[in-house]
Design a protein around this ligand. Structure first.
Ligand code: ZN
Ligand code: ZN
Length: 132
């Protein structure tokens, strides 16, 4: 399903084919990046328009943000068509059941979600998503 969205200031707009699920990443990098767990919708065919700044956050992965307002826009394994896009950017946030949590071992003890999710360690995540 194609969904549309925008950053906080509205300078960046996006459209993407969202897979019907929501997932959270608790890794320390994501928590630095968005200030808490990264609530992401996995998408293909993402198109961003506006002042997008790309940042290589680790080997093989980049993140994008709006250079005007700083909103986090995507997490992207380079060379793939996959973008993890923050839930909060989307105009329509319905029908995205919360399915999975990544880097569960890095989750701070001060919070936990009550949703029934598949919890994966960082090692399991790397095995599943890092190509090559
Ligand atoms: Zn913006
Ligand atoms: Zn993460």
């Amino acid at each position: 399903m194609t969904r549309t969205g925008s950053c906080l200031c509205g300078s960046v707009t996006l459209s993407a084919d969202a897979l019907p699920r929501l997932q959270a990443c608790h890794c320390s990098m994501c928590r630095k990046w968005v200030g808490g767990p990264f609530m992401a919708v996995p998408c293909t065919g993402a198109v961003f328009e506006g002042p997008v700044k790309r940042y290589q956050s680790s080997d093989g992965f980049e993140r994008g943000f709006c250079s005007e307002c700083g909103s986090s826009l995507f997490f992207h394994p380079k060379g793939s068509d996959l973008h993890g896009i923050p839930l909060g950017l989307f105009d329509d946030q319905s029908e995205l059941p919360f399915k999975a949590e990544f880097f569960i071992e890095q989750k701070p003890a001060c919070y936990s979600f009550s949703n029934e999710t598949r919890k994966m360690t960082g090692e399991e995540f790397e095995t599943k998503f890092r190509s090559g």
